[in-house]
Structures are given as C-alpha cells and as structure tokens.
Design a protein around this ligand. Structure first.
Ligand code: GDP
Ligand code: IMO
Ligand code: MG
Length: 431
C-alpha cells in the first residue's frame, strides 16, 4: 500500500488541484476529506481549464472520486458543478463518483448566517468565502445537521427540523430575519434528493474494499495548515481541520492509511481574507507577485494578498502535519527578480522567534527577519527536469528545503499539468 495525502502547507491556493490532477492518473481513488465548496482548485490540461470547488480533482482524469464524511456538502452547488464539468466533457456517474452518506449538508440557512455574521462583525470579520462552511460545521458538531442519508428519509425529518430551526430561528431573530421557511426548505430538499442519492453510499466500505485490493488512494486536502481551526491563525481560519491526520477521520479509514504526506508549498506566500501575514508586501513587489502569479481567488474572485516566502510558517506546517516531502509550486513566478527574500525568523518585543506564536496579537506584531538571495534572469516556466532550471533557482529550492527541514519531492513550473519536475515519487517513496 502506498497512499498519498496532499495538503496545503500555507493559507490555501498553493496549487493542490494541479498536483492532485497530476498524481491522479497513478491513483486508483481520489478522496476529499474536509472543507466544502469554499475550496477553489484550478486544473489546466492542454487548452482546457477546469475549476473545481467540491468535486475531487481526480474526476478530470476519470479516477474514482469520493467525497468523504469530513466534507460539508451543498447539494445545489454539487449539482451545478457536475453540470458545468459535464459541459466540459467530463463523465461523472455513480461508477466513478461517490458521496459519503453520513456527510452533513450545507443548507441555504447556513449561507444566510455566514453572510449575516460577516456583515455584523465589522472590523472583526473573517473574510469568509460566504459559502456557509462555518455554520454547517457548527451544526454538525451541535448534532443538528441534516445529512446526505436524511435525503432518503424526508418524511421523517420533522424532529430534526425542530431542533435545527429552534437554533436558527433564534439566531435569525437576532439579525431581524424571518424564521426558516420549513416548507420551502423541505420542498427544495425533496427536489434535489434523487440527484444526490444516486451517488450516496457508505464510502468507508467502498474504500475498505479498494484498500484490500491493494489500490493506491490519493487524499486531497482543501485550504491549508495555516487555515486549520486548531493550528492556523485563529480566529482567521476555516472551520475544519486541514492537517493530514484529518484524511483518516474524514474518509473512514484508519490513521495508517495516510501514507506519504505531500505538503503543497508556493514558492512565495499568499493569503485571501483577513488575518495576520508577516511577510505581506504592500508595495510594487507584492503587486508584481500578484500579477505574475494571477493571484485572484477561484471562488470569490478576490485579489490575494502576496508576500515573500516564509520559511518559519512552512517549517511549522510541515512539522504539525507530518509532511514527508513537499511540492514546490509557482517557482516560475519568481523568474526575473534581481533578488529574492526568504523569512527565516521573527522579531517580537526584542526577542527572536523561530516559530509563529499562537495569539492573534503576537501573530500580527511579529516582524520578519529576511535572508536575501540573488535571483535568476532565465525563465523556469515550463521546466520539466532539474537540468532545465537555472543554477540560482536550484539554490533557492535547496535553501527552502534546508530551512523548512523537509525535502522537495516535486517542483511545479506552470499551471499546465505536465510542467512538473519529479524528484521523489510519493507513490513509491514512503520517506
Ligand atoms: P489550490 O486551491 O491549492 O488548488 O490552488 P488554486 O488552483 O486556487 O491556485 C493556484 C493557481 O496557480 C491556479 O490558477 C493554478 O492554475 C496555478 N498554478 C499551479 N501551479 C502553478 C505553477 O507552478 N506556476 C504557475 N505560474 N501557476 C501555477
Ligand atoms: P483552497 O482549497 C484560500 C479562507 C477564506 C477565509 C477563511 C474562512 O482553494 O486552497 P470559510 O469560507 O472557509 O469559512 O473562510 O478561509 N479560505 C481559503 N483561502 N484557499 C481556500 O481553499 C480557502 N478556503 C477558505 O478566504 O479567510
Ligand atoms: Mg484555491
């Protein structure tokens, strides 16, 4: 058994989708295990561009794709995404796509609450994607969620709706909103139920079978370790655990199943939404990174904040998530800089820190300590082997590797699937 778990090691948008798509052709199943349609994964294959939010990135190669129980699923967003991809020629049937029947649903009332809270929060807003992710996870833990399997039992939903609406009606009243329209909600659920149910099953069982047959499973994380609800820049985080360990709990396999943990790491840093960002550049360098890297969110279209590579953060993410090796992406975006900088530590109240502190105020106050390196004039865009890289770019990769105390397994040099340099194959090399 040689499974691979792909996770983001920064604040998301590291290029997970591209790498998962590239690895998917060697996998027998691709599994999403947390998050929801807050994710935005862009895949470029030849002249085709696929934008996925909820579907596992393996769907494009036709690999068996599974949404695990750890995901929160908006059934209407699912239908729209499936229809969009089918329009692009991707085949999605119960043979190559399955949804965990114990997966909690994101309902319109969750999206309402996400928006109401963000609007009311003023300067304290998180900058969420507005997809209802946080409220849906709250209802899961609060034991009020409607789940995929409930769609087959809608005639018996009343007691669950009583519990759910007792909670939401009180919250909505606080925002001067009318109570939940239960008849409308039920009618909407009845309409969408057959579509979702054709894919629903106990996926732990299917995965057990797949695993027994010796198949390779690729777990696809969404977001990144710095958005993890425990380990991230709380409260400016998402509402799920994004670390590698979640792959097991979020799919119904044991902890030994995660295999090679591949951390996806952008060669610089970006963040979308509010919260601390020590190496953020509000100058023409930051703007240049954003322009060269096309740093606009796939989901909300928001401009991503950009800054130099922060080795302290990535070292911490790799340690917390047990990263075996990294995929370094978007190296080409650094082409043409005279010098490049890497953050190697922080200054806080006259002390030097080699880690990112837990308190939001300290996280906002740390000053980055930089190391400067000579840049490279040549282009790395489209490089497919180590030999195609300029010497200075190799030096940069080696320095990153040293500072984060984790080896590089892959390097990505353009959005295109095949523009990828393989250093160590995660499916055969278990670290
Ligand atoms: P994800 O959320 O981690 O899957 O990442 P996104 O898809 O949101 O953002 C990454 C963006 O960078 C996408 O538009 C990709 O097509 C693009 N991308 C991925 N790898 C590379 C790379 O090596 N070079 C460049 N220039 N773009 C890349
Ligand atoms: P992928 O998978 C980048 C951010 C939001 C916000 C915070 C909470 O494409 O890397 P939420 O809607 O989850 O409650 O928002 O998390 N966020 C992401 N940022 N990439 C993502 O996913 C993200 N998913 C959520 O911008 O700051
Ligand atoms: Mg993204």
């Amino acid at each position: 058994m040689a499974n691979v778990t792909v996770i983001g090691a920064q604040w998301g948008d590291e290029g997970k989708g591209k790498i998962v798509d590239w690895l998917a052709s060697r996998a027998d199943a691709v599994v999403r295990f947390q998050g929801g349609h807050n994710a935005g994964h862009t895949l470029v294959v030849g002249d085709k561009v696929y934008k996925l939010s909820l579907l596992p990135s393996g769907i494009v190669t036709g690999t068996l794709s599974i949404i695990g129980n750890g995901v929160v699923l908006d059934p209407w967003a699912l239908k729209a995404e499936i229809e969009k991809l089918e329009g692009q020629g991707v085949t999605i049937t119960p043979d190559n796509f399955a949804i965990a029947d114990n997966c909690p649903l994101i309902l319109p009332l969750h999206r309402d609450l996400d928006g109401l809270r963000e609007t009311a929060a003023g300067a304290g807003k998180i900058g969420t994607t507005g997809r209802g992710i946080g409220p849906a996870y709250e209802d899961k833990v609060g034991r009020r969620a409607i789940r995929v399997c409930d769609l087959a039992h809608l005639d018996h939903l009343e007691p669950q709706l009583d519990r759910l609406c007792a909670h939401h009606d009180a919250l909505r009243a606080g925002f001067d909103q009318p109570p939940v329209d239960r008849d409308e909600l039920l009618a909407d659920l009845r309409e969408i139920a057959p579509f979702v149910l054709q894919f629903a099953q106990p996926v732990w069982k299917r995965l057990k079978k797949v695993r027994k047959a010796g198949a390779k499973i690729l777990f696809e994380g969404a977001q990144g370790v710095l958005l993890d609800v425990d380990h991230g820049t709380y409260p400016f985080v998402t509402s799920s655990n994004t670390v590698s360990g979640t792959a097991a709990a979020g799919s119904g396999l044991g902890p030994g199943s995660t295999g090679f943990v591949l951390g996806i790491v952008k060669a610089y840093t970006t963040r979308v939404g509010s919260g601390p960002f020590p190496t953020e550049l509000n100058d023409d360098v930051g703007q240049r990174l954003g322009e060269r890297g096309h740093e606009f969110g796939t989901v909300t279209g928001r401009q991503r904040r950009c800054g130099w590579f922060d080795a302290v953060l990535v070292r911490q993410s790799c340690a917390i998530s047990g990263v075996t090796g990294i995929a370094l992406t978007k190296l080409d975006v650094l082409d043409g800089f005279d010098t490049v900088r890497i953050c190697t530590g922080y200054r806080l109240d006259g002390k030097i820190l080699d880690y990112f502190p837990s308190h939001a105020a300290d996280q906002a106050a740390v000053e980055p300590i930089y190391e400067e390196m000579e840049g490279w004039r040549e282009t790395t865009a489209g490089a497919r082997s180590w030999a195609d890289l300029p010497a200075q770019a190799i030096k940069y990769i080696q320095r990153v590797q040293e500072l984060i105390e984790t080896p590089v397994a892959l390097v990505s040099t353009s959005p295109e699937r095949e523009d990828t340099i393989l250093v160590r194959d995660p499916f055969v090399d278990r670290g």
